[in-house]
Ligand binder design. Sequence first.
Ligand code: PLP
Length: 456
Amino acid sequence: MNGAFRSLPSVDVAMQQFAAAHPDEHAPHDLLRTSVRRALEMAREAIAHGAPPPSIAEVLQQVETLLAGLRAVRLRRVINATGVILHTNLGRAPLARSASEAVVRVAQGYSNLEFDLPNGARGSRHTAVAALLRELTNAEAALVVNNNASAVLLTLAALVTGKEVLVSRGQLVEIGGGFRIPDVLRQSGALLKEVGTTNRTYAGDFERALSPETAAILRVHPSNFIQQGFVHTPSLAEMAAVAHAHDLFLIDDLGSGAVRDTSQYGLAREPLVQESIRAGADIVCFSGDKLLGGPQAGIILGRDDLVEEIARHPLARAVRIDKLSLAALEATLHHYLWDEAEPAIPVWRMISRPAADIAREAAHWQQRLLAAGVAAYTRAGQSTIGGGSLPGETLPTTLVVLQHLHPEALAARLRMAEPAVVARIEDDHVVLDPRTVLEDDVEELLRVISVSFDAS
Ligand SMILES: *Cc1c(COP(=O)(O)O)cnc(C)c1O
């Protein structure tokens, strides 16, 4: 075995041989050395487990593989054929073209991010989007942070620390990824006082729970589940009445926070941001990349004095929004203001896409696939919203079904293709939903399917 170890080259010799064999390799010296060391380590480990010593060519091949692994871009583009519009694992909302263009514009050079051009003085990064958000929602003031989880945390830290916040027992929810409302409350320094029961809470329950230590009432939209049967939740207006009669703040965590009415597309009604403001919420928080269809962001709207207090809290700096997201958010908000959400914002284009249009698209894919030798047919199916919004709600769609002996293997090949394609497996078949496939991706999708179909 010692002899086997000795047959391996030294790091220096392996490096020289690698350089001689790969004159075009431009990896920096240190990176190459680390990769050579690692390849030799792997060889030693294999020998220790009884494998025959690898040839020098095999060691060099391993070095090449390691360097290729380091070179590979890991965050890659994916074609979403799942029919889940806000797929959290696939990056939630795809951006409007104007939004991604705004990102590039701001990323490649300098910008007036915190510079007041007319006055040549320091400005605020929030000015532009705050004006648009006020216009859209009628809120007095607006502040934007990193995401909605940080919006809720910051709001509670700034307004309720050391005091009590009342929350209905039916709204102490887990949003996903371990984000639990009671934990956030604890982190913010607010003291949670549970009110009512899991299934029924009344406005009077909040009245009875009040104490001199109470500072706020928090309403949490149970985004990702529905309660049915013997249930009751007070309306936001009722909660506002209780809060304001006792000088408390009403904070509304809307989660998704729609600015457009989802019920016009045959879906249940996701609560509207404008309605929360109108109903008397003092602060409303929601996400930028759920139904708003913009970048990851947390939007805080509400009373002027409270938003100012939130903006001044030290945590505000820790969770502030970056310039790229801000650029994308501004562009996205413009589409709402000018009533172009449906054509311009992908999430709304997908939600509003007529069933007949999808059926036509599916038939077209089927024809193209059949012509390429792929066994495909179409059938009726359901798309979902995803992203913890509108649970159980579906939109009718037409699926393209791939008839293949090994659906799992085919799905895996599609995932490993370039670009990667993520599909669903339903009733033992790979199915593709045209609703969530962007127009510009169709040709590549059909090519990837043809290639993957034959190979699996
Ligand atoms: C999604 C959600 C959050 C978290 O929002 P992020 O933008 O993902 O941080 C918080 N509260 C509710 C009610 C949600 O639905």
